[in-house]
Structure formats: structure tokens, C-alpha cells
Design a binder for this molecule. Structure first.
Ligand SMILES: Cc1cc2nc3c(=O)[nH]c(=O)nc-3n(C[C@H](O)[C@H](O)[C@H](O)COP(=O)(O)OP(=O)(O)OC[C@H]3O[C@@H](n4cnc5c(N)ncnc54)[C@H](O)[C@@H]3O)c2cc1C
Ligand SMILES: NC(=O)c1ccc[n+]([C@@H]2O[C@H](COP(=O)([O-])OP(=O)(O)OC[C@H]3O[C@@H](n4cnc5c(N)ncnc54)[C@H](O)[C@@H]3O)[C@@H](O)[C@H]2O)c1
Length: 467
């Protein structure tokens, strides 16, 4: 028996599999450090985020949010949402699903891009099947970085998979407004897409099996987002289980059967029920790992037992957010470059933004997760709409802030902002939480007048009252 491995067709220092945001940052930073890098992508350079997730979804949401804001501001008139123009702008944002604008960047960085499907083939080896079916065996001298991302997970509702429901891919790139849209799942994708397509006139029904929408956030945030969706005509069926799905060919509709026996029908059924990592056919078994699961990593993004292998972004199942994947890429690159003590994950809890109306922007603990973690906390609730700044932004809307303070350490361990356009609020809180900045120090900083940031003064009051 011949046990010698075949000679690789190519060698390089590092191989990055997947050119989504995590893989792009990894490849760019590796090449920037003079590390010879091959980047392999089977579809579009930019990944799910650029073409089927973050970017198109925000392009669909922003005009509606802007129209809502102009309606709150006296002195602006004649504003209405133009669906066709919004969809056209979305197409611009996703470059009509053409990734050629990304390519000059790849070239400038000196990254070699190979288009094809990659899979591991033992230690530091990667086999690529090109679009023409040709196979290439690559070997990395230093490291292989898995950045293969995730796809929509289809829950085990009988008949659902066979129905071929829409996922984030179809809903973010749709060119027509479905008359009726049925959404399975009231997490982040579900509520954002309900918001967007209801604003274009679709009759939206959302079915969530859990007790509330966006259940990882403060209850108050769930309530406000639910209110916002209902106000836009979205029918919410929360705490409801789907027991079957089928296609009604005569009516050209998808039918979802609920536990009660009731049937819901729509021209389009969207599944927004979480994600599954793209690790099923990645050759993980060739390096002793189980295929189909998130790839477990340590805080250096290294796969335990394989010190040459890294997994970043959605495929390690840690935090399914673009900015976290990009941060993890930097952590991995520092390790590969030999800066062992440089960056270690987690650096701080990830900020989270949900781009509904109202928006939810949060970081760190909610009150519930802090208490579950055994922290003694005080909760400081404040109304953003009571600030002078709210006379000019989000006027007339209830807007909330909740600060979760560790009473022993006197530091902020979580913050949530709910209101129109609060996304930009969260980074200050993220820095305060990650840096464990004492609340007494935060209290020494003035908040600019007249902005809604004066809501932080409530934390100042807490500091003074408890000093
Ligand atoms: C509708 C929606 C909206 C979202 N909005 C936001 C948002 O606003 N903000 C935010 O932070 N996050 C958002 N997310 C989450 C975000 O999209 C992901 O966290 C992010 O895309 C993960 O980046 P990644 O690089 O790990 O993977 P991906 O973006 O999934 O990229 C992985 C890449 O790897 C390629 N690939 C996979 N397998 C192989 C293989 N075997 N060989 C070669 N190439 C391969 C894929 O083709 C893909 O291009 C959203 C998600 C969804 C679904
Ligand atoms: N603005 C953003 O940053 C943004 C936007 C979209 C997605 N994302 C990321 O993408 C990830 C995936 O989003 P997602 O919404 O698909 O997942 P999710 O985990 O946020 O929510 C899934 C929801 O589906 C529900 N669900 C599961 N099975 C169900 C069933 N059979 N019937 C009814 N409901 C069911 C769950 O209870 C949950 O509420 C998120 O975790 C988030 O990290 C981020």
C-alpha cells in the first residue's frame, strides 16, 4: 500500500477558506503582514453578509426608517416609501450579485484568489475543486483558516424542507413584493424582514415558537419591536408551534399548519429559524473533527488538537455577527503571525443591533442574563425620549435605555437602547463594558447637549445617589 501523500500542486504560508467578512479580513491582514496567502471562495467574494444578509437587509430597511422619521418631524412633507426605487438601491448595494468590485482589493493586497469548493485533506492540506471540475491540492506551511460561514437552518417541521421555503437568500434579493409573506421564526432575521416587507405592502404573518420575539434581548425591547411590527400591520403569532407544512399547487401558496389545527397560507414562506455552519462537506473528518457541526475553537481561534487550524466567523458558532467574525480574524492573524500574547478572544461582549422600528442596540448583559450569571446588579431605566435631543430625533416615540450595573464592581455590564436610530448609541456602551470603566468615571463625562446621549445622565444620577 502506498502511504505517501501526493505532492501538493501549490504551497503557501496560509490558506483561508471562505471569503465572507471573516475570511476577507483574515486574508487581508495576513497578506498585509507579508504572509503568502491563498483565499478560496466557492461563490462570491464578500460572502453571505455582503450579498444575502447584512447589506441587502439594511438597504431594504433604511428608507422605511427614514420615512418614519420624517413623519415625526414637523416641517418635512411629501415623503413616502418608493418600493421599486428601494429594491433598485438594494441591487446597487449588492452589486447585482457581482463581486468584481471586490477583486481589485484582493489583488492590491497581494492575495491569491482561487475560485472553487475547498475541503480539508489532512494536516495543513486543502483540496479545491474548481468551477471547471479540476482539482488542486494545496499545502499551507503555517496555517489553514476556516471561514466558511453558515446557511439557514430548516427546523424539523414535517414537510417544510420538501416545500423548499425561502431563506435569507431569496428574501433579501427578491424583486417583487409577495402579497402575503409567512415568516417562521421571530429572531433577528424574522423581525427585520417582517419590518421591511410589511413596509413595502406585503401582508406579513410571523410565527414564533418561543414566548417572545428576539428573546435574547430585554423583554422591553421585545415588546417595543412587537408593537412596532403590529403598528405596521404584521400579524404576530407568538408561542405557537408549526406542526406541518405543504404546498397548495392549485392556489400557488405555502400552507403552514399550527398545533391548534389552524392553517396559515401565503405566496411566500420564509424560514428564519437560526443558522447551520457550512461544515458538512469540509473534510473535517480528515483531521479528526466531526463534520456538520460548528468547529470548536479556543480563545485564540485555534482548533484544539490541531495547532495549525483556525476557525473564525459563523462557522465556529460563537457569535453569529459580522463584526465578531472580523474581530476573530484579527485574533487568528495575530496568532499565525507569531504574536502569541497579542489578542485573545473574548475581548468584550459583542454589540448587537436590530434594525427594526424601533431599533434595538445592546451590549453585554440583559438584567436576566446578569442575574443568571450570579451578578448582583442594579438596573437603571431611563427614557431617551425625555431628553432635549429627542425633540429633534424620534420625536413622539417612546425610547428607552436600560443600564445594567454590577453593584460590587460599580461597572456597567450591559446596556440596551430602544428607539428610532439608536444603533450608533451602542459603541460607547460597548467600550465602557469591555473596558470595565467605573460608573463613577463615566459620571464625570458630560453628554453633549442637545443630543439623546443625555440619557447617560441617568447613570450619573445613579452614581451620585449610591456613592
Ligand atoms: C438576513 C441576515 C441579516 C444579517 N444582518 C447582519 C447585520 O446587520 N450585522 C451583523 O453583524 N450580522 C448580520 N448577519 C450575520 C452575518 O451575515 C454573519 O455573521 C456573517 O456573514 C458571517 O461572516 P462569515 O465570514 O463567517 O461567513 P459568510 O458571510 O457566510 O461567508 C462565508 C463564505 O465562505 C464560502 N464558503 C463556504 N464553504 C466553502 C467551501 N467549502 N469552499 C470555499 N468557500 C466556501 C461561502 O461561499 C461564503 O462566501 C445577518 C445574517 C442574516 C442571515
Ligand atoms: N442586525 C443583525 O445584526 C442581524 C440581523 C440578522 C441576523 N443576524 C444574525 O444571524 C443569526 C441568525 O438569525 P435568525 O433570526 O435566523 O436566528 P435567531 O437564532 O436569531 O432566531 C431564530 C428564531 O426562530 C425561532 N424558531 C426556531 N425554530 C422554530 C420553529 N420551528 N417555529 C417557529 N419559530 C422557530 C427561535 O425560537 C428564534 O426565536 C442571529 O443570531 C444573528 O446573530 C444579525
Amino acid at each position: 500500500m502506498n502511504t505517501t501523500s501526493p505532492t501538493p500542486d501549490r504551497t503557501c504560508d496560509a490558506i483561508v477558506i471562505g471569503a465572507g467578512p471573516a475570511g476577507e479580513v483574515a486574508a487581508g491582514k495576513l497578506a498585509g503582514r507579508g504572509i503568502e496567502t491563498i483565499l478560496i471562495e466557492r461563490e462570491l467574494v464578500g460572502g453571505e453578509c455582503a450579498f444575502y444578509a447584512c447589506m441587502p437587509s439594511k438597504a431594504l430597511l433604511r428608507p422605511g426608517a427614514l420615512v418614519a422619521e420624517t413623519k415625526r418631524v414637523a416641517g418635512v412633507s411629501d415623503t413616502s416609501l418608493e418600493t421599486i426605487a428601494t429594491l433598485r438601491r438594494r441591487d446597487e448595494v449588492i452589486h447585482d450579485l457581482d463581486d468584481s468590485t471586490q477583486l481589485p482589493w484582493v489583488e492590491e493586497k497581494g492575495i491569491e484568489l482561487i475560485r472553487g469548493v475547498a475541503r480539508l485533506d489532512g494536516e495543513r492540506r486543502v483540496r479545491v475543486t474548481g468551477r471547471d471540475g479540476e482539482e488542486l491540492l494545496l499545502e499551507a506551511r503555517r496555517a489553514v483558516v476556516l471561514a466558511v460561514g453558515s446557511g439557514a437552518s430548516i427546523p424539523p417541521v414535517p414537510g417544510l424542507r420538501e416545500l423548499q421555503p425561502w431563506t435569507n437568500r431569496e428574501i433579501t434579493t427578491a424583486r417583487q413584493v409577495p402579497p402575503r409573506l409567512l415568516i417562521l421564526g421571530g429572531g433577528v432575521v424574522g423581525v427585520e424582514m417582517a419590518q421591511a416587507w410589511a413596509s413595502f405592502g406585503a401582508q406579513v404573518t410571523l410565527v414564533e415558537v418561543g414566548e417572545r420575539l428576539i428573546a435574547q434581548e430585554e423583554e422591553l425591547a421585545s415588546e417595543r419591536v412587537a408593537d412596532g411590527l403590529r403598528a405596521r400591520g404584521v400579524e404576530l403569532r407568538v408561542g405557537v408551534r408549526a406542526t406541518g407544512a405543504r404546498r397548495d399547487a392549485a392556489e400557488a401558496t405555502s400552507v403552514l399548519t399550527l398545533e391548534s389545527g389552524e392553517e396559515l397560507r401565503a405566496e411566500v414562506l420564509l424560514v428564519a429559524a437560526g443558522r447551520a455552519p457550512h461544515t458538512g462537506a469540509l473534510g473535517l473528518e480528515t483531521v479528526g473533527l466531526e463534520p456538520g457541526r460548528a468547529v470548536e475553537v479556543d480563545d485564540r481561534m485555534r482548533v484544539p488538537g490541531n495547532d495549525w487550524l483556525y476557525a473564525i466567523g459563523d462557522c465556529n458558532g460563537r457569535e453569529l455577527l459580522t463584526h465578531q467574525g472580523k474581530l476573530q480574524a484579527r485574533v487568528a492573524v495575530a496568532q499565525i503571525a507569531g504574536q502569541e500574547s497579542a489578542r485573545v478572544h473574548p475581548i468584550g461582549p459583542p454589540p448587537r443591533v436590530i434594525f427594526t422600528e424601533p431599533q434595538v442596540a445592546a451590549v453585554g448583559h440583559t438584567e436576566a442574563t446578569a442575574r443568571r450569571a450570579g451578578l448582583a446588579v442594579d438596573v437603571v431605566d431611563a427614557r431617551i425620549d425625555h431628553t432635549a435631543g429627542a425633540s429633534f430625533a424620534g420625536k413622539g416615540e417612546q425610547q428607552h435605555a436600560r443600564f445594567v450595573v454590577d453593584t460590587a464592581a460599580r461597572t456597567l455590564v450591559g446596556a440596551t437602547f430602544v428607539g428610532p436610530d439608536v444603533a450608533e448609541f451602542v459603541h460607547a456602551a460597548a467600550i465602557a463594558v469591555a473596558g470595565a470603566v467605573p460608573v463613577d468615571r463615566i459620571a464625570q463625562v458630560a453628554a453633549p447637549f442637545p443630543t439623546r446621549s443625555e440619557v447617560w445622565l441617568e447613570l450619573t444620577d445613579w452614581a451620585e445617589q449610591t456613592a
